[in-house]
Design a protein around this ligand. Structure first.
Ligand SMILES: Nc1ncnc2c1ncn2[C@@H]1O[C@H](COP(=O)(O)OP(=O)(O)OP(=O)(O)O)[C@@H](O)[C@H]1O
Ligand SMILES: [Mg+2]
Length: 321
C-alpha cells in the first residue's frame, strides 16, 4: 500500500448541540478503497463534506495529500467527489458535460476532449456520449457523476453512496470502476454505503461510524477478526464442572451465557450489545481466562465465524441487552 493520503485527527463537526462527527481519527493510503459504513445519520456524509472542505470542522485536524484545511482550494484540486445528491444539467450531453468540467478544472480544450473521451470509455458510456443526460438511466447518471469526479485525475476520490438505487448488475459495474480507480490510477477511494456485501467485495479497509463516532476501523480482515473474536462462541467443559463454569463466567462483565439443553457440557457464550461498544472489552478471551482461572479444564473452545455484515449489525444495533 502506498503513502498516506488522508489523515484525520480528532476531527469534529457540531451542528448546534448535535455532534455530526466526533473525534474521528483515521488514515487512508494510496491505492486503498475505504468503506465508510454506518446507519442513517451516522456521520458519513458529514465526514466526506469535511474532507472535501465543503464544511469547516468545529475542532480537530485533517490533511488530504498532506494539505491542511487552511488551503481548501489546493485540497479541492486533488480530490474528486460524487456528492450525496448530485444534480446534472439535463440538456447537455454526457460528453459536453465532462468536457465542460475538464475545462473548468483548467485543462486546455484538446486535453479536455481527450480526458472526456477516456472517461466515457472508463465508465462505459461511450456509446451514449452524444445523448442528452435527460435520457440517461439512474445507473448511467451515477457513472457520469463518477467520471466527473475524475476529470482532475484526483489523488483521493470520495463517493457518497455511489451504488444507491442501482440494480445488482449496475452495482457490480460501479464497484468494478471504483476498484480500477484505486488499482490503475493509484488513487485512494472512499465510499460510503449501507450495503455490506459490496464492502466485502471491493474495500480494503473500513471505518464504521455510529452517532458520529468511530466504532471500529482497520483492514476488512482485521475488523472481521476483531469482531469474530468478540461475538460468540461455544465452550465445552467436563459435564460435572458445568455449574462451576457458569459461576466463573458470571463474574465476567458483558457476557451472556446459556447452557444448551441437548448438550449439557456445552456453554454458548455471546457478548452483549453494550460490550461490543466497549473497546477495552476483551470478549471471548476474558471468558476463556475466567474458566481457566477457576481451574476448569477446557475441552474445546470455538469462536463462531462472522461475516462483516454480522459484525456491522452487532456493533451498531440499538438494543442494549
Ligand atoms: N447541515 C446540517 N445541519 C444540522 N444537522 C446536520 C447537518 N448535516 C448533518 N446533520 C446531522 O448530522 C448527523 C449526521 O448526518 P450525516 O448526513 O452525516 O449522516 P449519514 O451517515 O450520511 O446518514 P445517511 O445514511 O442518512 O446519509 C445527523 O444527525 C444529521 O441530522
Ligand atoms: Mg449521508
Amino acid at each position: 500500500m502506498g503513502p498516506i493520503t488522508i489523515e484525520a485527527h480528532r476531527l469534529t463537526k457540531r451542528f448546534g448541540t448535535r455532534m455530526a462527527a466526533e473525534d474521528l481519527s483515521f488514515t487512508a493510503r494510496q491505492g486503498e478503497v475505504m468503506g465508510l459504513l454506518g446507519p442513517n445519520g451516522a456521520g458519513k456524509t458529514t465526514t466526506i463534506r469535511l474532507l472535501t472542505t465543503v464544511l469547516k470542522p468545529t475542532s480537530g485536524q485533517f490533511a488530504v495529500a498532506g494539505i491542511g484545511p487552511n488551503r481548501p482550494n489546493e485540497i479541492r484540486r486533488r480530490v474528486g467527489v460524487l456528492p450525496e445528491s448530485a444534480g446534472y444539467p439535463q440538456h447537455q450531453t454526457g460528453r459536453d458535460f465532462l468536457r465542460y468540467h475538464a475545462r473548468l478544472f483548467g485543462l486546455p480544450r484538446s486535453d479536455a476532449e481527450r480526458v472526456a473521451e477516456r472517461l466515457l470509455v472508463d465508465v462505459g458510456l461511450s456509446d451514449r456520449a452524444t445523448s442528452q443526460i435527460s435520457t440517461y438511466s439512474r445507473g448511467m447518471r451515477q457513472r457520469l457523476g463518477i467520471a466527473r469526479a475524475l476529470v482532475n485525475d484526483p489523488l483521493v476520490v470520495l463517493l457518497d453512496e455511489p451504488t444507491l438505487g442501482l440494480d445488482p448488475a449496475g452495482q457490480r459495474q460501479v464497484l468494478g470502476i471504483l476498484r480500477d480507480i484505486a488499482q490503475r490510477r493509484g488513487a485512494t477511494v472512499v465510499l460510503s454505503t449501507h450495503t455490506l456485501p459490496e464492502v466485502e467485495q471491493v474495500c480494503t479497509s473500513v471505518l464504521i461510524l455510529d452517532k458520529g463516532r468511530v466504532v471500529i476501523s482497520g483492514s476488512v480482515a482485521e475488523v472481521t477478526r476483531v469482531v469474530a473474536s468478540q461475538m460468540s462462541g461455544s465452550l465445552r467443559v467436563p459435564i460435572e464442572l458445568i455449574g462451576k463454569a457458569r459461576r466463573a463466567l458470571a463474574g465476567v462483565p458483558g457476557l451472556s451465557v446459556e447452557v444448551l439443553d441437548e448438550r449439557a457440557d456445552l456453554l454458548r457464550i455471546s457478548l452483549t450489545a453494550a460490550a461490543h461498544q466497549d473497546h477495552s472489552n476483551s470478549g471471548m478471551n476474558a471468558a476463556l481466562g475466567a474458566v481457566l482461572g477457576a481451574d476448569i479444564p477446557v475441552l474445546s473452545f470455538e469462536v463462531d465465524g462472522v461475516r462483516l455484515a454480522d459484525a456491522f449489525l452487532a456493533i451498531t444495533r440499538k438494543d442494549v441487552t
